[in-house]
Design a binder for this molecule. Structure first.
Ligand SMILES: C[S@@+](CC[C@H](N)C(=O)[O-])C[C@H]1O[C@@H](n2cnc3c(N)ncnc32)[C@H](O)[C@@H]1O
Length: 259
């Protein structure tokens, strides 16, 4: 699958030998230092920016390989990296450690993270996912599981909190939000953390500038760009690690713990 694969890669449309082509691509797609949707695709309204993403994900296979853009091979490593990071947050702390009550899986897709990680660590899990095709698969998988409680079929830009959480897990989804919507969502998320609770963000990092992908309307941001937006949302970074063990051609993936 072209879109997610390309925003996983270190540079749009691929290798170092294609650098010149890539620079031209960046120029054509206006992927400079801003990440407002209008900068990337001025022809779209904000509503179209988001509906294009959902339409894209409605066309993808509701499977591990599908949600990982054909890179199902990274699934195990990804889960191991996330588990190691989460376990540190649940024990080590000079204040109250993260509780094990309720977690929210944001941009959950088929519920891959819920199934492989959150279900083992929390009592109750809610999912947010705008694609009906992806979310229906999660509903089928978890229909007998009383720990998975609420399915919100919507984008993070429209989400209104009903509960508070010990962990708000945000993986490979902030690439779909505009800067302003990301800041608003993260600000509200901070206000919905239980004592000791944390937001975990796991996202691709581009190297120097945002990289826009027109296939699914995603923007890979640099680590620095993410951290500026976390600051705007009033969040403190309490942990950061890079995911290890992914194929070299993929973008670096950061995990942050925020509160
Ligand atoms: C690359 S998949 C990752 C799914 C899941 N987080 C995982 O790691 O397996 C991206 C997911 O984000 C969802 N998504 C796209 N735009 C979104 C938005 N604006 N708000 C919330 N989720 C969105 C897609 O429908 C898709 O399921």
């Amino acid at each position: 699958m072209k879109a997610f694969l390309s925003h996983l890669t270190t540079h749009p449309r691929l290798t170092r030998t294609a650098l010149a082509t890539s620079l031209l691509y960046l120029h054509l797609h206006r992927a400079y230092s801003h990440t407002s949707y209008a900068q990337h695709n001025p022809k779209l309204t904000l509503k179209q920016w988001y509906s294009h993403q959902t339409a894209y994900w409605d066309r993808q296979a509701a499977s591990i390989d599908g949600v990982l853009g054909g890179y199902g091979v990274v699934h195990q490593r990804d889960v191991e990296g996330s588990r190691g990071f989460l376990e540190k947050l649940q024990v080590a702390s000079d204040c109250k450690p993260m509780g094990t009550g309720r977690a929210l899986d944001c941009g959950a897709g088929i519920g891959r993270v819920t199934k492989e990680l959150l279900l083992q660590k929390f009592d109750t899990i809610d999912l947010i996912e705008p694609s009906k095709i992806q979310l229906d698969q999660a509903k089928r998988d978890f229909h007998n599981n009383t720990k998975v409680v609420t399915y919100y079929q919507m984008g993070l830009q429209d989400f209104k909190y009903e509960h508070s959480y010990d962990c708000i897990w945000v993986q490979w989804v902030l690439c779909y939000l505009t800067d302003d919507d990301m800041v608003r969502f993260l600000t509200e998320s901070k206000g919905r953390l239980m004592e000791g609770g944390m937001i975990v963000v796991k996202e691709n990092n581009s190297e120097e500038r945002p990289v826009y992908d027109e296939d699914d309307n995603s923007v890979a941001r640099t680590r620095e760009a993410f951290e500026r937006l976390f600051e705007r949302a009033g969040l403190t970074i309490v942990g950061h690690e890079y995911q290890s063990g992914f194929p070299e051609e993929l973008m670096r993936v950061s995990m942050w713990a925020l509160k």
